[in-house]
Write a protein that binds this ligand. Structure first.
Ligand SMILES: [Zn+2]
Ligand SMILES: [Zn+2]
Length: 319
């Protein structure tokens, strides 16, 4: 923990006084150096954190969309070029020139952050900063994945990993009408999945889950947020021929049985429109991020808790 100057706004930017910032597993990966091979972080030292809600307190003269005291949020996509084929087709999250909050630029484990006004979102007043913060990574990430999974009321989806993102995937998959099977190796996460309406929970730490999933005839779609190659391979096996596996983590998928025509789709965050829709759903009470509040000073302890698997859904740091 150290004192740094309050960042200055440039053209098109806003200064946000942070009210809450979620603690993401990807922060832990970056801090532990797991992602140096992917060029993350892009600079050092860096302030981590990319699911941020706070109050707009100052902005550059060219900004017209904000009023003093507006409640705003910042997601992992800190900026995108606005000109490439992906930016022009509503897929700015795969812009090759994108910058990620807390990886390329300083993030939210702090009291203040500077954000681009094109990438900040008005947060509905009926959400507190702490309950809204996880919408800005688990929420949008879950929504992006669920939209790619081809869910309908008659379909079964297996959700692999019920942590910060998984517990949002589960709620969103139910909004799409699908029957949800939760797969995890954590008893407390499976308990949470039951509370959130999973029709079945599968504890991979016991018995042969692959056989079990085959026994029910497989699933139409799988969504993987467990950072485990073993579970990713199980997801591919559990998915019916012609079905869809949405991958939201790095994992080894093993040999793909091409004759079964399974679709493997990567999913990262979501678009800005997806973010707005997630906020609408949360404001209407249709999804809810379950969070635990901690003081910003406890950041290191919270990261260790996350590493040990002791965080139930989402930890948020409050300055
Ligand atoms: Zn995240
Ligand atoms: Zn672009």
């Amino acid at each position: 923990m150290e004192d740094v100057p309050i960042p200055k706004v440039r053209a098109g930017q806003v200064l946000v006084k942070i009210g809450a910032c979620g603690v993401c597993r990807s922060n832990l990966h970056m801090i532990e150096g797991d992602w140096v091979k992917y060029g993350v972080p892009a600079k050092l030292p860096i302030i981590p954190g990319h699911e941020i809600v706070g109050t707009a307190v100052a902005w550059s003269d060219d900004v017209t969309s904000l009023r003093k005291g507006d409640k705003v949020g910042v997601q992992p996509l800190w900026s995108s070029c606005g000109k490439c084929e992906h930016c022009l087709t509503g897929k700015e999250q795969i812009c090759p020139s994108k910058q990620i909050t807390g990886e390329n630029v300083d993030g939210g484990y702090a009291e203040y952050i500077v954000a681009n006004v094109d990438h900040v979102y008005h947060v509905p007043r009926n959400l507190t900063d702490s309950e809204a913060a996880p919408l800005f990574c688990p929420g949008i990430t879950a929504y992006g994945a669920v939209k790619k999974a081809g869910l309908t009321p008659a379909r079964k989806v297996a959700v692999f990993g019920i942590g910060g993102v998984g517990h949002m995937v589960l709620q969103l998959a139910r909004i799409f009408g699908a029957e949800v099977i939760a797969v995890s190796r954590s008893t407390q996460h499976l308990k949470l999945a039951e509370q959130l309406g999973a029709s079945t929970v599968v504890d991979v730490s016991r018995g042969d889950s692959a056989e079990w999933l085959k026994g029910i005839g497989g699933v139409d779609s799988s969504i993987v947020f467990a950072p485990s190659s073993q579970l990713a391979q199980l997801a591919v096996k559990a998915t019916k021929p012609g079905g869809t596996v949405v991958m939201g983590v790095w994992a080894e998928l093993g040999e793909l049985p091409f004759v079964e025509e399974k679709n493997i789709v990567g999913s990262v965050i979501g678009s800005r429109q997806d973010m707005r829709e997630v906020l609408t759903l949360a404001s209407a009470g249709r999804i809810k991020a379950i969070c635990q509040e901690f003081k910003l000073e406890q950041a290191n302890d919270v990261l260790m808790m996350l590493k040990r698997g002791d965080v139930r859904a989402r930890a948020v740091l409050v300055p």
